[in-house]
Design a protein around this ligand. Sequence first.
Ligand code: TRP
Ligand code: SF4
Length: 332
Amino acid sequence: MKQTIVSGMRPTGKLHLGHYLGVIQNWVELQDKYDCYFFVADWHALTTKYDKTEDLRQNTLDILTDWLACGIDPEKSTIYVQSLVPEIAELNIYLGMITPQNWVERDPCLKDMAKILKTKEGQASQINFGLMGYPVLMSSDIMMFNADFVPVGIDQVAHIEITRDITRRFNNLYGEFFHEAQPLLNHCSLICGLDGNKMGKSFHNDIKISDTAEVTSKKVMTAITDRSRLRKDDLGHPDECEVAFKYWKIFGSEDEVNTVRCECEKGQRGCAQCKRQLGDKINSRLAEIREKRKYYENHIDEVEKIINEGSAKARVKAKEILSQVRKLVKMY
Ligand code: TRP
Ligand code: SF4
């Protein structure tokens, strides 16, 4: 019997290289070892964006298209949309009943989100009941499939702590049933943005999986290099080359990285030429993924079919768990 993994992403739009290298690549590998459930957390998107739902459907399709292109495989994993598995909402009711208010109030992730909301919307903004329930809903996602492990970034670990607390509380109240899920840390953001800061869509410093080769090459030309270098035969300092050399270390072979280092240090390599090569390198690494993405973009009905079939498959398992939960809680 394989152990179970559950993980999800909010549908915030097309994915960038940070998502691919930091999260998705990890998921792709996990598929062979675990029974994996990967989903788009569209209810979680509503906790803050309930008033901006016009992009929700497209964002969900975009993120799933990216996953499929990157190698998340519907033959190996169960891929679904959270809101298409309404059993999660019922489990959320039972878990909400046994979660003390101060557990969610203490959640540091939630405090951060509340702060961001406040600065965005002004002092008057309130935290809605739904947002308060964020960690409980996340626990429902995880416990719905009785997960053993949850691959997440370090920023999500506090949520999983609450999930473990809720699990223990459920098991104490109603009998041992749920596994205590453990976080499985993604080697978090390996790659910085083109400007040296954290890569993020809203910072306009990202390279998207869905960008064309031309766009990628252009973006790479804007990457920060060794700022002390003014002319191409100035001696360079790769370790102070803030972005371009870091990217080389991610995308180049050991030999290529050594060559870049040597030529840069000896002043035999101009930054423009260096970044042109780097762009080609990144493009060849992404070529296959992008080709696959193009295919799915042109066959969006196939993506929809995968979503619907995956969600139906998820429901079968969810119904099984839920009927046991109802029995344990002694519902009618
Ligand atoms: N909160 C997660 C994030 O913002 C997304 C998420 C929702 C999730 N439910 C989950 C992740 C369950 C793992 C397991 O990234
Ligand atoms: Fe960076 Fe390449 Fe320029 Fe050296 S030559 S500073 S590694 S971009």
